[in-house]
Design a protein around this ligand. Sequence first.
Ligand SMILES: [Zn+2]
Length: 645
Amino acid sequence: MKELTARQVKINDSFWSPRLAVNAEKAIFHQWEQLEVSRCIDNFRLVAGEKDGFRQGFFFADSDAYKWLDAASRIYALHPDPALAALMDSCIALLGRAQMDDGYLFTFNQLHFLGQRWINLQIEHELYCHGHLIEAGVSHYQATGRRDLLDICIKAADLIVRDFLNASNDKTCGHEEIEIAMIRLYQVTGKEDYLELARRFVERRGRIPFFALHVLRQLRSYHKREEYISVLRRNYLAEHPEQASFRLPGDNFAKKPKHSRARWYLNMLRGFYHQQHAPVRHLTTPVGHSVRFGYLETAFAMLCRESRSDFQSDSSMHAMEQAWERMITRRMYVTGGVGSAPEIEGFGGDYDLDPELAYAETCASIASLLWNWEMALLTKKAQYSDLFEWQLYNATNVGMGQNGDTYLYNNPLAVHHGITRKEWFSCPCCPSNLARAYADLGKYIYSFDENNVWIHQLISSETTIDIGVPVKIKIESELPWNGKVKIHVTPETQKEFKINVRVSSWNSSNQAEEQMTASGYDPRQSGYETISHVWSPKGEILEFNFNMSIQLRRAHPKVKGHAGKVAVTRGPLVYCLESVDNPDVHIFTAQLDPSSLRDEFVPDLLGGCVVIHGKTMDGKALKFIPYFLWANRGESQMTVWVNAL
Ligand SMILES: [Zn+2]
């Protein structure tokens, strides 16, 4: 399958267009402001010698600036706003001034440990940061055709090729990302070294002898470096007491299980946390930090698509398919969220899916979207785009508040207290990741080859796809609120080809009863409806009316604490009870009468949405809203799973 760029697809969708407009007109500017307020951008000014101060943020804070540039570039490709261009230009020029002559750019070392580099690769995210820099450069070049940021990235990439292409197996980054970046840089430059280095980075994982000792040494070195920085900070503040009041925004709140620190150590020492426990072709179970896992699998799949003969082997595909099956059958929440172990921000054991402990980081869902898109293109199986749809509408979409200026980091399925949307976080990895994912939405709707067009997502949009003759396709979709979809197909001249329209798993109403998966959601029930004939240039219309009935999903009996509970879904949306809508009911103990459910479109609630009304067994009203819309009305309690016998 071949893919389109987001720029080749014009989205005109009553659900998505307003959300994408919030992303392009508000969220991206809010994020820039927060990068300034939190002094992330100042770190580069300090390096460039243009400001006095002390470096702020985590060792990987540079990546937030790069991810913002990446998101801004992708947004700019569709909405060329001069105000956004001006911000990008000033940021790019600053990066140019902060970069060392040989291409190195990592403010943590440049400010505190000048001359030291690549010291603690498993811990300090140095290559991860360079990876996001490179991705930003590729996106900026694709959006503008300009080379200023791309040249900065090539300089950095060439340094990394010099230092890592022929390095030993321990020379990999603890947080995958550089692999995706190198593949994308290869795709725009054609330089084989970048692709080869990505391949080696992926191949090297899981091959570090005595990994526990290796990583402990790095951890000790990192702690020493942090202690040294604390001393520097104390000395700096003694000389500049006026700076003492500066505080980074708070961290995200996550409810953690007992002995979290010990669990993290154990997971890390065994190599799971960094996906260093086994070579990638043996990685048949999703483990460790879930964003890292998702980026590794994405890079692995991208390498397979680049089809180097030694890479796209049966064992590669088999490993990825096994890992995916294990994830969707045993290690994924009904929202599509992944990562049930907050202590490692990652995967717990099979059927270990506590709704309140759920970490389900927004970035982990985004990483899964990237992986699933690659898998859809590699395998031509509908299940991957089905999961993409489910994770997009639920686990991903929940991450950004309605106005684009508040975010959720982790996304539990039950909240008694403590989680609210925040303007920013001390680790603000999710907001810009969301902004770049939204900006790219058009890319994930269609794909094609010489005889086929695939429609993966039913999002109202238009495009022209060249499959020998140009074919104009227009989707008119009423999803996610109604099931009516029309697809207009108009080839420039008469041509025989196939249109493959993905029919979602939720269209089948028997899914909820089978309990083949831990969550009650099974993307494997999705398939393509193929329409094959000679299409006329006069244009034809395909019409669908998908099943939008309310479904009650039950968790697998092995998932603890879920007996006698249901998750309410309708179309691609998971619903929840939020206390603000149910002031007279205790949402965690209410007993739903399943026969009482009915839906209603409420135009003035949360931008207009279908709510689901129900009753408790003793006749009290219950009101469910789409999960992605929760936490937009102040602090409240929420639950996805409700009691229903
Ligand atoms: Zn994140």
